[in-house]
Each structure stands twice: as C-alpha cells, then as structure tokens.
Design a protein around this ligand. Structure first.
Ligand code: NAD
Length: 360
C-alpha cells in the first residue's frame, strides 16, 4: 500500500532527528511519499508565520503527519505551533508510551506504560485572567457573590473546564487502545476527592465508559499523588493510564524519567481523523546543527505511526532494530553513553545508519 505522510522537520535539532527517522523508515522498503513542509523558524523567515495555512491543508489531506520539535518563540506574538496544531486539528488524545529498553538508563526493569493525556481541556485550556485586569476583577466579583469563600482581589485566575464529552472520548480511546494492543489494565487518574465537579466528573464519566469494557479489561482508578508514589516504588504494576491534561503532562515526564529520559520518549497526538506523531523532547537549540542528538524518540514515534497505519510487522522490524542498537550500546549518541563526554559516541547520522544495518 502507498502512503502519503506529511513530514514537518521542525527547527533546532528537528531536521537532524527527523532526517534520521526518514532514513530508517525508508530503509523498511514501504511505499511512502513524504510531503515535507517547513514550519517554525524556517517558515517565519519564508512566510512570516511559524505555521502557514498550506501546512494545515497538507496534514488535513494526508491525515497522518510526523514532526520534529519546534521552538516556541517567547515574546514574538506567535502562538505555540504545538498547541495550535492540537487545537486546530482537534487532536484530543496525547499518547505517550514509556518502555524499558536494555542499554538505556532505565530506573526499573519491566516498565511498559502507555499514558493517555486529554489534550484540549483542564487548566491547559488557556482560559486565564490576569490579576487586577478588568475581566479578572469582574469575575472575582461574580465568584465572591456565588460562593462563600472570599477570593483575594489580588488573585490571578485560571479556569479548569472538564466536560462529559472530553472525558468520554479520551477514556474510550484509552480502552480501545488497550484492547487493540492486548493490554489488560486501564487506570483512571484523578484528584476527585478534592475537585469533585471536574476530576469527580472525569472519574464518574470514565467509570461509566469503562462499563462497556468490563468483560475485556480491568479498569481501576487512582488519586494522582498516590500514583506518583507508586510509579516510583513499583512502576511495573501499571499498564495503560488515562489522565486529564495537567496530570498527564506531569506524570508522562515522570514516566519518561523512569525509562531513561527525553531522548527516548515518543509521542502521538490523535483525533478522530488525523494523527500527528512527535518526540516528547523540544528543539534543544544549543545542539542544533551538531549532528549529536539522540534520534530514538523520533524513531519510536515512527514505530507508533507504523502501527497506526496498520503496518505492525514493519513497526516490529524497526523497533527490534532500535532495541538491538540500544542494547549493544556501541553506536549510540552521547546521552546514552556511560560517560556523556565519551569521544566515541555516535552522531545522530551514525546511530541511524547502525539501526538501518540491524533491520531484518
Ligand atoms: P528540550 O527538550 O529542547 O531540551 C532540554 C535538554 O534535553 C537539552 O538541552 C538536551 O540536553 C536534552 N535533550 C532534548 N532532546 C534530546 C535528544 N534528542 N537527544 C539528547 N538530548 C536531548 O527542552 P527546552 O530546552 O525546554 O526547549 C527548547 C525549545 O523547544 C523551546 O522553545 C520549547 O518551547 C520547545 N519545545 C518544543 C516541543 C515540541 O515541539 N513538541 C516540546 C518541548 C519543547
């Protein structure tokens, strides 16, 4: 089968890690047409915006995209391209697997967690009121009128919306993924004991959705602080986690830390029609152009993409080749070496070549 895939190299180290990814995916021999689109700093120079309209059109047409990281410029007036993409394309599920590969700086064996983070709501919805602004003072007045606790007038306010629709679709996506990928347990993460009308809703609606799956899955719930402790003490106990946006953001970094850090953490943003794959890490500008950074997170994002495309055998081939190179630990980038200053560390390109040679 032929595939059209939008490739956004991004900026900073993005072009290097996506270049490595493309080399390895092309070596699988699939019929892929890459629709390469400039975004971020390169697009600002050429089109005056980090995210031109024709890039959205390409993603909407191809339905599948993979991207490198993109700098979020501070104080330029441009919105984060990453947030824009998630909102504009309604990519409501952020999926972040954390798995231990031999040869990496894994803190515990047998970690194999897939975290689903709701991507559109919660304190991340971007509904904020600056302290002392006209809108904030008006809202404070209303809030002080509506409920007994008096909020200090010098407060800023962030709003935490969590909806039935948003909850049901993320919990359903997590359960469907669990079944499709032969996983047994889904854990709903919340703080419903304190935030009854938001996290409480997330828990109750989540459990309601879970009833549809009770003959196929074990669905549990856990309070987020308790989860953090248990993840450190016995991470192998967890399988699929499903979280509201903010807890998902924090807990996924904890999980990435458990399995060896950002260099090997892949991700996917999925909506009903469109899927966008990307490493969790940023554009590491200080390393840009040095052919030095670890391509594994982007390569593992491509593994997720291949599974999404219905190419499980090719996904396994690529994942096994990555795992072998990591296990041998010889032709890997500086961050995977016991001594980060080891002059024998591989470049990004050399690590990609080593992975291509391991493809069976
Ligand atoms: P970062 O992830 O870019 O880098 C932090 C540090 O992590 C680096 O200095 C490096 O030591 C290490 N690192 C990251 N990726 C690595 C890799 N592949 N191999 C080896 N080491 C790696 O985070 P930051 O410095 O906070 O952000 C830099 C820029 O990236 C910011 O503009 C930020 O907004 C943006 N960002 C983009 C995305 C995205 O596009 N999805 C995600 C996060 C941050």
């Amino acid at each position: 089968m032929a595939y059209n895939i939008t490739l956004l190299p991004g900026d900073g180290i993005g072009p290097e890690v996506t270049g490595a990814m493309r080399k390895c995916v092309d070596a699988l021999g699939l019929d892929i047409k890459w629709d390469v689109q400039e975004v971020g700093e390169y697009a600002i120079k050429k089109y005056g915006t980090p995210m031109p309209d024709h890039v959205f059109e390409s993603i909407k047409k191809n339905k599948v995209a993979i991207k490198g990281p993109i700098v979020t410029p501070i104080g330029t007036g441009f919105r984060s391209v990453n947030v824009l993409l998630r909102q504009e394309l309604d990519l409501f599920a952020c999926i972040r697997p954390s798995k231990c590969y031999a040869g990496t700086k894994c803190k515990a064996d047998n970690v194999d967690i897939v975290l689903f983070r709701e991507n559109t709501e919660d304190l991340y919805a971007g509904i904020e009121f600056e302290k002392q602004s006209r809108e904030c003072l008006k809202l404070l007045e209303l809030l002080n009128e509506l409920q007994p606790k008096k909020i200090s007038k010098d407060s800023g306010i962030s709003i935490k919306p969590i909806s039935v629709k948003g909850t049901k679709r993320i919990v359903r996506a997590a359960c469907e993924y669990a079944i499709k990928n032969n996983r047994e347990k889904v854990t709903i993460v919340h703080k419903a004991n304190i935030m009854k009308y938001t996290d409480g809703l997330f828990l109750n609606e989540g459990l309601e959705v879970a009833k549809e799956y009770e003959d196929k899955l074990i669905v549990r719930d856990v309070i987020v602080d308790n989860l953090c402790m248990q993840l450190v003490q016995r991470p192998e106990h967890f399988d699929v986690l499903v979280c509201p946006n903010l807890y998902g953001d924090i807990v996924s970094d904890l999980c990435a830390g458990l399995v060896g850090g950002l260099g090997i953490a892949p991700g996917a943003n999925i909506g009903n029609e469109i899927a966008l794959f990307e490493p969790v890490h940023g554009s590491a500008p200080k390393y840009a152009g040095q052919d030095k950074c670890n391509p594994t997170a982007t390569l593992l994002s491509a593994v997720l993409m291949l599974r999404h495309l219905g190419e499980p055998k090719q996904a396994d081939r690529l994942e096994n080749a990555i795992a072998e190179v990591l296990k041998e630990g010889k032709r890997v980038t500086y961050d995977l070496m016991p001594d980060r200053d080891d002059p024998n560390a591989a470049t990004t390109t050399e690590m990609a070549e080593a992975i291509c040679q391991k493809l069976k």
